[in-house]
Design a protein around this ligand. Structure first.
Ligand code: NI
Length: 386
């Protein structure tokens, strides 16, 4: 089944918005110009209500259909990344050190395009709630919008979102019921030993050795405490001591790591085991370990019906659909919205581009008619006009 003709016609205009946003990337909650651009476009399209400043810099647009009915939320993220662009494109970022390297410029433009169409046609009963969020890249902007009343100030019965996917052909949409993306929690461990002379370790407590044992022991948690059929990843990413010379035994060592899982119950299990393993390993060597836990994004879980609705809509507009794609371990803060409302997240093929978060990543504008058609299709199916 083809994309909708209206979106094929609209592509040059939407590409213009996307490239404008691409040239002016903004980070986290500082998406002031992007949000102003979004709000201006929504007003220009005749969207019924536009509210700015939701969750600091989020924008909510309301489009009412022909009659009363349920409400569907459609979400896009607006923020860029602290990466220096290396694509050499003529519309590359004009801001040194900032780049739309995750395609959120494309997500925002696709939702604007869908909004323009839905405001023109209103071929549905009920309400479309357009959700443009800040700070997906580590700032939990979705949670900020929820905390600011996204689901209490506005009726939203189901919520859907799209992320582009390098490595999947343009025109293909993939998703799955259940866990789609992992949770992302972080930990810090501070190990306190007793510094001293490298030649006299018996008079010290060698903090480096203790911390090294902790790293090894932490890796036994996934292999020995996690059901082999479940998915959990633990990585220690930093390891530093306060020694600056080969002949000094350090007093303190610090490490930082991350835990990713597709099983929400393992978040608490991993936190508990990391605390036990770190503190008891340190104690065994006469040192002390302090564990600081930083909970991050939850597991992104598509509810079964939401995923089925998304797959039906995708089959109507995409060239190919996979309804049982493998989940991935990077995390996503749309997970907060799916904790509150049923719905689904889908991946939209971006073709053979560099991976997201790479300085040579390029969003493929040709993917946008599929994404816009998907948004329109889900609205017209779930809010069918009588
Ligand atoms: Ni992203």
């Amino acid at each position: 089944m083809p994309i909708r003709n209206r979106f094929a016609e609209m592509l040059p205009e939407v590409t213009g918005w996307r490239r404008h946003l691409h040239q002016t990337p903004e980070l986290l909650y500082e998406v002031h110009e992007t949000a102003a651009f979004v709000a201006e476009k929504l007003r220009e399209f005749g969207v019924d209500e536009v509210t700015e400043g939701v969750g600091q810099t989020g924008v909510v647009g309301i489009i009412r259909g022909r009659g009363p009915g349920r409400a569907i939320g459609l979400r896009a993220d607006m923020d860029a990344l602290p990466i220096h662009e290396e694509t050499g494109l003529d519309y590359a970022s004009t801001v040194p050190g900032k780049m739309h390297a995750c395609g959120h410029d494309g997500h925002t433009s696709m939702l604007l395009g869908a909004a323009k169409y839905l405001a023109e046609t209103r071929n549905f009963d009920g309400t479309v709630v357009l959700i443009f969020q800040p700070a997906e890249e580590g700032g939990a902007g979705a949670k900020a919008m929820i905390d600011d009343g996204l689901f209490t100030r506005w009726q939203v019965d189901e919520v859907y979102g799209i992320h582009n996917a390098p490595g999947i052909p343009v025109g293909t949409i993939v998703t799955r019921p259940g866990p789609l993306q992992a949770s992302s929690d972080e930990f810090e461990i501070v190990v306190q030993g007793k510094g001293g002379h490298a030649a006299e370790p018996h008079k010290a407590v060698d903090t480096t050795l203790v911390a090294a044992h902790i790293v090894i022991a932490l890796h036994s948690i996934v292999s020995r405490n996690v059901d082999a059929l479940r998915r959990v990843v633990l990585t220690v990413g930093t390891f530093k001591t306060d020694s600056n010379a080969s002949n000094i035994i350090p007093d303190v060592a610090r490490m930082e790591g991350t835990v990713r899982t597709l099983d929400p119950e393992y978040r608490a299990i991993m936190e508990g085991r990391i605390r036990e393993v770190a503190t008891h390993t340190a104690a065994a060597f006469g040192a002390e370990a302090q564990v600081i836990w930083h909970p991050g994004y939850p597991v992104t879980i598509n509810d079964a019906e939401g995923a089925a609705h998304a797959v039906e809509a995708a089959r109507a507009v995409a060239n190919a659909v996979d309804d049982d794609v493998d989940p991935i371990m990077p995390s996503e803060d749309f997970s907060y919205m799916l904790e509150e409302r049923p719905g689904a997240y889908v991946f939209l093929g971006n073709g053979d581009s560099a991976m997201c978060h790479h300085p040579k990543y390029v969003f493929d504008d040709e993917a946008m008619p599929y994404g816009m058609s998907f948004f329109a299709e889900i609205v017209e199916r779930r809010l069918k006009a009588v």
